[in-house]
Design a protein around this ligand. Structure first.
Ligand SMILES: Cc1cc2nc3c(=O)[nH]c(=O)nc-3n(C[C@H](O)[C@H](O)[C@H](O)COP(=O)(O)OP(=O)(O)OC[C@H]3O[C@@H](n4cnc5c(N)ncnc54)[C@H](O)[C@@H]3O)c2cc1C
Length: 450
């Protein structure tokens, strides 16, 4: 290649922005096009767990001070993971010190992150790289590269087009129309409840200190994450945070766009066979009321949590998973993140896999910059490795979160629930079994362990 490489990224989400930072740091020309009109536009969910895979990618791609700002803006770390029955009777509890770890660096840890905050961190310093309000429609390829077309009639030209435009990717629909998704039969309702002294008093102690999973008798699954942000509702650094974090927060202009305050992020996942057919059309208080209805026999603590929810924040989602796609021939178009591989939230691996994709692709494009690889060779190498680890993440995420129809069968259903609960209580009593379980949890979150 005689002229400098130029990369077009469609979508300023988790993976696309991590890649854009990595390329810019490597001196590679990059332009990001995002359909949201503003940096606070769109509903991108509430909370995400950044695993060592994700943290290593952020560490490799972000400028050092921005990585430190990412760390300073994360919510307080969890101390415990606990699993409960729907009556909040404990089945298993694990301290985070029981999870294996591969290194002692800031990039080898788990982080508990507000999505809006992460989005603002990733936009920091990239104002000249991102164009907001540009919805990608299609691309055209030619001898000299690739042209992206947008719905306002504008275009942009580059050598490589990266579809980082999420699960409903238009880039994927054009490039790999045979890459389909399957409905898992599961639907979810998620929301948030402000964290007040009253909310705290509702929750069992371990739930207050970390995250909890709730398994009910009908195969429904609940989750809570307690998010304690490092700033007060007014945006001033909170008491008790370190002085360097305080300094970074005071300097960071991203906080001006971020209104995240302490809250409990909650979700319930149910089967389409139990839920009303219009679940995905419901919104607001009506949707929170449906979550309450579906969990009417759960603990009064859970129901009180839902009663205090911010109704405007309740969202419904259908849970899908990518179908395996045979390898394709590399070209000047590629995909990363959910655009390439959508997975259930079961292992909390979607965003982390998107971040790893960004790092893997960035590393190979640096070789193109240095004349050590052709563009198509680099894209092909990236796609080979990405297909391998993402297939594991998709499969394991589905194994962990599938429609448990067995639990609802007469006779065998109650027996299977009894067996599941007895098995979990047994694991809780055997330290070696608990460590094995923790290792299983970590497998797709920390690929250095595999
Ligand atoms: C309830 C829930 C909980 C989850 N929890 C976790 C978790 O704990 N850990 C984890 O790792 N993952 C989690 N995930 C998955 C995670 O959110 C996704 O895997 C991740 O956001 C994917 O990142 P991405 O960059 O591929 O896409 P996204 O972050 O979705 O970004 C795509 C971007 O493309 C833009 N875009 C879309 N179409 C166009 C277009 N035509 N033109 C221009 N721009 C466009 C969008 O506006 C968006 O900004 C969860 C998902 C859900 C639903």
């Amino acid at each position: 290649m005689t002229r400098p490489l130029r990369v077009l990224v469609i979508g300023a989400g988790t993976g696309g922005m991590c890649l854009a930072h990595g390329l810019r740091r490597a001196g590679i020309d990059v332009a990001v096009h995002e359909r949201d009109r503003t940096r606070t536009g769109g509903l991108h969910g509430y909370r995400v767990g950044i695993s060592p895979n994700g943290a290593r990618a952020l560490h490799a791609c972000l400028p050092p001070e921005l990585f430190d700002t990412f760390v300073a803006t994360t919510a307080a770390p969890y101390e415990a993971l606990a699993m409960y029955t729907e009556q909040f009777r404990e089945l298993i509890s694990l301290g985070f010190d029981e999870f294996p770890s591969t290194g002692g660096g800031a990039e080898d840890r788990e982080y508990n992150v507000s999505r809006m905050t992460l989005r603002q961190v990733l936009f920091t310093g990239m104002e000249d790289v991102i164009t907001f309000g540009r919805r990608f429609t299609h691309y055209s390829r030619h001898d000299d590269g690739v042209t992206a077309h947008f719905d306002d009639g504008s275009t942009d030209e580059g050598d490589l087009l990266v579809g980082a435009d999420g699960a409903s990717s238009r880039v994927r629909r054009q490039y790999l129309p045979h890459a389909t998704h399957t409905e898992t039969g599961l639907v979810g309702i998620g929301g948030k409840t402000p964290l007040s002294a009253q909310t705290e008093a509702l929750l069992p102690e371990r739930v207050r200190r970390g995250f909890a999973m709730i398994f009910d008798r009908r195969g429904q699954f609940g989750i809570t994450h307690v998010m304690r942000m490092p700033w007060t509702p007014g945006g001033a650094p909170a008491a008790g945070i370190g002085s360097s974090e305080r300094e970074l927060l005071e300097r960071w202009r991203g906080l001006r766009f971020d209104n995240t305050t302490d809250h409990v992020s909650w979700a319930v996942t149910t089967s389409r066979s139990i839920a009303p057919a219009d679940l995905l059309d419901r919104t607001g208080a009506d949707l929170t009321a449906l979550a309450d209805e579906l969990t009417a026999d759960w603990s009064p603590c859970w129901r009180a949590l839902l009663a205090g929810a911010d109704h405007g924040a309740s969202v419904a989602l259908a849970i899908r998973t990518s179908d395996p796609v045979p390898p394709w021939t590399p070209s000047t178009v590629t995909l990363l993140g959910d655009a390439a591989h959508t997975m259930t939230p079961g292992r909390g691996a979607g965003a982390n896999t998107a971040l790893r994709d960004a790092r893997e692709l960035r590393d190979r494009l640096v070789r193109v910059r240095d004349g050590a690889s052709t563009l198509l060779g680099a894209v092909g190498d990236y796609e080979d490795v990405m297909r391998r680890y993402s297939a594991v993440a998709v499969r394991e995420s589905l194994e962990f979160m599938h429609d448990n129809t067995l639990a609802r069968r007469p006779v065998i259903g109650p027996l299977s629930v009894f067996a599941q609960r007895s098995g979990m209580r047994l694991v809780d009593r055997i330290p070696a079994a608990k460590r094995r379980m923790a290792r299983g949890f970590q497998k797709v979150r920390d690929s250095e362990l595999v």
